[in-house]
Ligand binder design. Structure first.
Ligand code: SF4
Length: 447
């Protein structure tokens, strides 16, 4: 059962030294009880107290690391069922599937397609992070070769393999990349556990139903393996959805730690060949509750809405979405191009930069540090004022980097014109229209 703050406080060092970032040991204890802070953040708990508390204060779902070096990713570690309760922690990751049943040309095309989706949105790289490698009944002898090809993409591999000998051979060529070996079930868990443990990789567990999966996970934990993910894929979409929701509920609401592992959803098993259905299911299982989702194809058409959804879902609702303040030259702008300034709220940035790009007029878009708030909110909060803009221009040495002295400001803060002219001598302040959609005509007329 989860511990209360007071139980933790009784065992705390009571030094009130603030080294953990909390003002008192009591505040720290309350946060640990809520799952907001790891008990290891205090260096002064006695080992006996730690031993007593660690298990009870662990998050209900384990965080599992996959991949190596720069490619390492965390899965799971979730503490709530709904994003608005607090925040979701580890982004859903996407995999494209390869199979020995595909001919060489298809495999080569798929490997190319995997590399095609790769772009940045609000400071986050959007790409297909994983490759799922499967073999057909008559393709076992080709599996290791296919795994080798998949490993060359540099993406994290998921090996769909229930044969311990084949798994061993496949891991020989890719274990350094820390893949997931997705192949343990009730019939083979001991052998697969030995292979995964020897290679130091995460083991995926599947079963005929949730009860069988529960038993197998318990047995693997009994063998000392807690480096697991659960493959929740059922016979069809309905069963898979039910499995994904039930294991998440059991882990988080009922405190059943046997189900406290990240999940894998295999769309190519429940919607084979139907790419439109898979595109819809990618979104569904991003929301409910796939840690890794495997699809047959993820191109730009699928990625753009999907990755946008994921980014919205996995950002902390208590922190505004921001872009990096600085100068963004658009349409080939140089030091002589006009400047336009606005705030660092991500939505504002995308609306304004999109319209400016549509205008085709070279312009230096200067994004102020306004705490991630919208134009009027940041103006009302004093974070987008004449003083803050002038200070930002000085700190960023805008005058040293740009020769133009024409600055366009948002129409909603037209009131700043006079103050800015006084605080930034030499600059001509121009008022933009109120709405971003009017910028195309405004910029064309201006040019
Ligand atoms: Fe108390 Fe430990 Fe935090 Fe210091 S670091 S205030 S001893 S909980």
């Amino acid at each position: 059962m989860a511990l209360k703050g007071l139980d933790i406080f009784k065992l705390s060092p009571k030094k009130n030294c603030k080294e953990c970032g909390c003002p008192t040991c009591m505040a720290f204890s309350m946060k640990v009880a809520q799952g907001a802070v790891d008990i290891a953040a205090c260096p002064y708990f006695a080992p006996e107290a730690l031993a007593k508390l660690s298990a009870a204060t662990e998050p209900p779902m384990k965080t599992i690391k996959v991949g190596a070096g720069d490619a390492e990713l965390s899965l799971g570690g979730e503490t709530v069922l709904f994003r608005h309760e607090k925040t979701f922690v580890s982004r859903t990751r996407y995999a494209m599937s390869l199979c020995t049943c595909m001919d060489d040309e298809t495999v080569a095309q798929k490997l190319e397609d995997i590399k095609k989706v790769d772009y940045e949105r609000i400071g986050e790289r959007m790409f297909v992070e994983m490759v799922y490698v499967n073999y057909s009944a008559d393709g076992k002898q080709d599996y290791v070769e296919l795994v080798k090809k998949a490993a060359e993409t540099g993406r994290i591999l998921i090996l769909d393999c229930k044969d311990a000998e084949i798994a061993k051979a496949a891991l020989e060529v890719c274990k350094d990349g820390k893949p997931i070996l997705n192949g343990a079930d009730a019939s083979n868990y001991e052998a697969m556990n030995a292979v995964a443990t020897a290679a130091g990789v995460v083991l995926g567990v599947s079963g005929a139903d949730l009860s069988e999966i529960h038993d197998t996970v318990e047995k693997l934990e009994g063998l000392g393996n807690k480096n697991l993910v659960i493959d929740v894929t059922g016979a069809d979409v309905k069963e898979t959805f039910k499995n994904a929701v039930q294991i998440r509920k059991a882990a988080i609401k009922d405190g059943d730690r046997t189900f406290g592992y990240p999940s894998i959803v295999n769309l190519h098993k429940i919607a084979a060949g139907d790419l439109h259905k898979q595109a819809a299911l990618l979104s569904l299982f991003t929301m409910k509750y796939g840690s890794v989702i495997v699809a047959e194809h993820i191109g730009y058409a699928e990625a753009l809405p999907l990755y946008g959804l994921r980014q919205n879902l996995f950002t902390d609702p208590q922190k505004p979405m921001k872009v990096e303040p600085g100068i963004y030259p658009l349409n080939g702008a140089d030091e002589n191009s006009v400047c336009l300034t606005t705030v660092d709220f991500a939505l504002t940035y995308f609306l304004v930069s999109g319209e400016l790009e549509r205008s085709g007029v070279p312009v230096n878009l200067i994004i102020n540090d306004a705490g991630g708030l919208s134009v009027l909110t940041s103006w009302a909060a004093g974070k987008f004022s004449s003083s803050s803009i002038a200070k930002f221009f000085q700190e960023q040495d805008i005058e040293g980097k740009i020769k133009s002295r024409k600055l366009i400001i948002p129409g909603k803060v037209a009131v700043l014109k006079g103050e800015l002219e006084a605080k930034m001598p030499g600059w001509e302040i121009i008022i933009a229209p109120n709405e971003a959609v009017q910028l195309v005509k405004f910029m064309k007329d201006f040019a």
